[in-house]
Design a binder for this molecule. Structure first.
Ligand SMILES: [Fe+2]
Ligand SMILES: [Fe+2]
Length: 487
């Protein structure tokens, strides 16, 4: 019997945590599926022990755990021994009247089972999303040893356990709807490794190292936000179980981006305060005071922004058109958009390099859906960078953080193979290479940032010299709260 009692009058739909796999999908009614997932569970735990946060197994961490899918009150906070975190399966409740909102099947009831003709495409979409979740845990696994505070240590663990839960979310769909192929894919999701030469993760940015906390915050700001936009597009899917899964994942994702934005904001704040106090501006003088100079932050930003832009795929893509037309993947906020949601005659501008110049031309909007999602993402990124800029302005430091041109340092799409400066100038390879160390983090930058990460700061309420404390604690706890018990 499943513990999820939806529709209890006046009550909150609670998840039963005495079950082996907490869920709100009535798992207990499908013995075969339940057994398959219970078989996958120890393999998952093996992966977590090998590839989850290093040396965290005895820690008790003040974590939030999902207890329902109600918008208010979905999470509960308390100490959890990390490997005992209850990774569960949660879907938003079904809306019986939901229809396909776009593409050629628009107006038909949303699919509750996988349409045969789209089976392999849908499986690929789910596997690609699922693969990013464990990848980021692997990328971040060594960072606990250099955390700037107990508060930050708790936050990285929160992000890690929730990425683990997102893997569960995708594996549930694979097991439930894709039979034997799905079970094999679920095993492969535990076999690939971020950065592995022989069996890497599927997407480029998820094979890049995350060597330090500046990179971690950049990753959660830039790359977790790619996750948000992909989830938003999949939350529109005509395949209803996928849409419902993604909607709940988005609830958790917001915290990951918060960790990134405030993390970078706090680093900038601290750097600017030290610059002001000691009246220094030159990077070597700033570094001598043990904080991260602003040009280095700009270079990290350039790197994480550009590798994340590649995750959206080619500017012009017939795959993207097919996903949309067949109702598998919508646009960002599809149902709020005021058009025909079929896009037969619409156009959309994309850029390309012709004869040493960047030109923009209109192409059929259907083929430009990757580019459109990338542009929606860029809008949101620009707002966040604007908020960081305000921190700099408020301290009165004359420095401008900028987003590089969309074509800078790209490996996928129309700009791949071209050498574009952050200002959007088309250069030759040599000219570009001559500036590379000004535009992207160089070996000295990495070595300097690494030198700040020599040990961890874990006394409650204390923060490393290079980062300001946050404005408030987690779940209204004070900043000197014991967010992690080391035992
Ligand atoms: Fe995730
Ligand atoms: Fe995330």
């Amino acid at each position: 019997m499943n513990g999820f009692e939806s529709g209890v009058p006046g009550g909150i739909a609670m998840i039963n945590y005495t079950e082996k796999i907490p869920n709100n999908v009535d798992l207990g009614r499908d013995r075969v599926l339940q057994r398959a997932l219970e078989h996958w569970q120890p393999a998952y735990m093996g992966w977590w022990y090998d590839m989850g946060p290093n040396e965290s197994h005895n820690y008790e961490v003040y974590l939030r755990t999902a207890i329902s899918v109600e918008p208010d009150g979905w999470a509960q906070f308390g100490y959890v021994k990390m490997p005992e975190y209850r990774w569960g399966i949660f879907l938003q409740p079904r809306d019986e009247k939901r229809e396909l909102n776009f593409g050629i099947h628009k107006g038909q009831p949303a699919w509750q089972e996988v349409p045969g003709e789209y089976r392999s495409t849908l499986r690929r979409v789910i596997v690609t999303q699922g693969d990013t979740e464990p990848a980021s845990v692997e990328q971040q696994r060594m960072l606990g040893a250099s955390c700037p505070s107990m508060y930050d240590l708790r936050n990285i663990f929160q992000v890690n356990v929730e990425e683990g839960r997102h893997l569960w979310a995708m594996v549930y769909l694979l097991h439930r709807y894709f039979g034997r192929d799905g079970r094999e894919e679920a095993e492969s999701l535990l076999a690939r490794r971020s950065g592995d030469a022989d069996n890497p993760r599927i997407l480029g940015a998820f094979n890049e190292p995350t060597p330090d906390w500046l990179a971690f915050y950049m990753f959660t700001f830039f790359t977790d936000r790619d996750g948000k936009f992909q989830l938003c597009a999949l939350a529109e899917s005509g395949f209803d179980p996928l849409a419902r899964t993604c909607r709940f994942m988005l609830t958790e994702e917001a915290h990951h981006m918060f960790v990134g934005e405030t993390g970078i904001g706090r680093i900038i704040q601290r750097t600017c305060e030290v610059m002001k106090e000691h009246k220094v501006e030159d990077p070597p003088d700033v570094r001598a005071l043990g904080v991260i100079d602003l040009p280095t932050i700009q270079r990290y930003l350039n790197f994480h922004y550009s590798v994340t832009l590649d995750l959206y795929g080619s500017d012009v893509s017939s795959n993207a058109a097919n996903y949309f037309t067949s109702g598998l993947k919508g646009r960002f906020r599809e149902t709020k958009l005021d058009d025909d949601h079929v896009l037969t005659d619409a156009e959309y501008p994309v850029s390309e390099v012709v004869g040493g110049k960047i030109i923009t031309k209109n192409v059929p909007a259907l083929t430009a859906l990757n580019e459109r999602l990338r542009d929606d993402y860029i809008d949101e990124i620009a707002d966040g960078v604007g908020r960081w800029q305000r921190i700099i302005n408020n301290v009165g430091i004359p420095f401008r953080l900028t987003l590089p041109h969309k074509g800078f340092h790209r490996a996928i799409g129309n700009f791949a193979g071209h050498f574009i400066s952050p200002d959007g100038e088309v250069l030759g390879q040599e000219a570009w290479k001559n500036h590379e160390s000004e535009w992207l983090p160089n070996s000295k930058d990495y070595a300097y940032v690494q030198s700040l990460m020599s040990g961890r700061v874990v006394e409650p309420g204390k923060f490393a010299n290079w980062i300001a404390p946050p404005a408030r604690g987690i779940n209204n706890q004070p900043l000197n709260f014991e967010y992690v018990r080391f035992n």
